[in-house]
Design a binder for this molecule. Structure first.
Ligand SMILES: NC(=O)C1=CN([C@@H]2O[C@H](COP(=O)(O)OP(=O)(O)OC[C@H]3O[C@@H](n4cnc5c(N)ncnc54)[C@H](OP(=O)(O)O)[C@@H]3O)[C@@H](O)[C@H]2O)C=CC1
Ligand SMILES: C=CC1=C(C)/C(=C/c2[nH]c(/C=C3N=C(/C=C4\NC(=O)C(C)=C4C=C)C(C)=C\3CCC(=O)O)c(CCC(=O)O)c2C)NC1=O
Length: 290
């Protein structure tokens, strides 16, 4: 059994607590036991789980692993502290807000011999699985992926190429390693509006454009337009509902990693994808002069 603590009780942290309390029968998650949670607020209890302070969580001998569900700007410090304390780490994406920090933290996890898992629910939704199946075997000519959503505070969430890393992860998982050719950002700070446009190319030099646009009243939505030699893909029927939600699938994968049930090869592939996406996010930020 692995004792787990959840840090940061926002949307993601609440879902994590719900899923930790309700593992699927005979799933790897049955090996996780929720010990408590940490919050900056004084909540006392949440779903009958007790709040403990950060220092106690770091030192508690019954805590083997942490789920870090705080704001993006806090991920780096939390990952470092829990790894230093000898705990396994699951962190909500993005892992951290610069490529250098991500590389350092990965080295620390390896030094400490601990699992460092970066949640990737964007690859685990039915919507994405359907898209992946459609794209497989097709030859890309060019493509656009456009995201819109409500405003995010850049101080707390980081530069949009980091907070929007799920879109980069889609593109990399669909089309392989990419290079950034240019990027710019239009910002109206007083209106909480931003629009990032990044131009990328595949290894075969096929162009991809990523647009991440956020502003008040904008609906959370993804649109894509991919031209293949065999025709255009710009819509898919609504996906079937999932038997197991994406956070729970991600939790099962983390539990499998703790149990040593994930192959070295799979671990290396995942790490490579995460580092590559962070590298692209860093390049995009540089192109935007930030
Ligand atoms: N919502 C979702 O569907 C998904 C979210 N994520 C990721 O999960 C993380 C959390 O997102 P989400 O739950 O949506 O965001 P919320 O804003 O709902 O929650 C974030 C929580 O982080 C804590 N927090 C806020 N500011 C600070 C700070 N300065 N220092 C330490 N902790 C802080 C707070 O918890 P408290 O007050 O309890 O300390 C807050 O409730 C992000 O990294 C996001 O990218 C990833 C995939 C999906
Ligand atoms: C309703 C308000 C709502 C908020 C505030 C919200 C926040 C939110 N959703 C995210 C991703 C995500 N959020 C979800 C799913 C959900 N997340 C949820 O809070 C809910 C209710 C669902 C599903 C019904 C998924 C699957 C992702 C991964 C990225 C994606 O595929 O869009 C992220 C991570 C950053 C990002 O990729 O943009 C944030 C901050 N999502 C929302 O839907």
């Amino acid at each position: 059994m692995f004792g787990v603590i959840v840090v940061g009780i926002g949307i993601a942290g609440s879902v994590r607590i719900r899923d930790l309390l309700n593992p699927l029968q005979s799933s790897p998650s049955e090996n996780l036991k929720l010990v408590g949670f940490v919050s900056r607020r004084d909540l006392g209890e949440f779903n009958k789980v007790k709040q403990i302070c950060l220092e106690e969580a770091l030192q508690h001998k019954d805590v083997d692993a942490v789920f870090i569900c705080t704001d993006n700007q806090n991920h780096e410090e939390s990952i470092r502290r829990f790894l230093e304390a000898g705990k396994h780490v699951l962190v909500e994406y993005p892992m951290a807000l610069s490529e250098d920090r991500v590389i350092e933290l990965w080295q620390l996890a390896e030094q400490k011999g601990k699992v460092l898992h970066v949640e990737h629910i964007e690859l685990l939704t039915e919507e994405y699985k359907q898209l992946k199946k459609e794209v497989e075997g097709k030859k890309l000519i060019e493509g656009v992926l456009q995201f819109t959503g409500g405003p995010l505070d850049e101080q707390r969430s980081g530069f949009p190429s980091f907070s929007g890393i799920a879109r980069l992860t889609w593109l990399v998982d669909l089309f392989g390693e990419l290079s950034v050719t240019s990027a710019d950002i239009e910002e109206k700070k007083e209106q909480s509006y931003s629009k990032l446009t990044a131009h990328l190319v595949t290894a075969e030099n096929r162009p991809l454009t990523w647009i991440e646009e956020r502003g008040p009243g904008m609906k959370r939505e993804k649109k894509f337009h991919f031209s293949f030699t065999s025709g255009v893909l710009d819509a898919l029927p609504p996906p079937p509902s999932a038997a197991v939600g994406p956070f729970m699938q991600d939790q099962n994968l983390f539990a499998q990693k703790l149990l040593g049930q994930v192959s070295r090869e799979d671990l290396a592939t995942e790490k490579k994808r995460i580092l590559h996406c962070i590298h692209l996010a860093e390049k995009i930020r540089q192109f935007c002069g930030h």
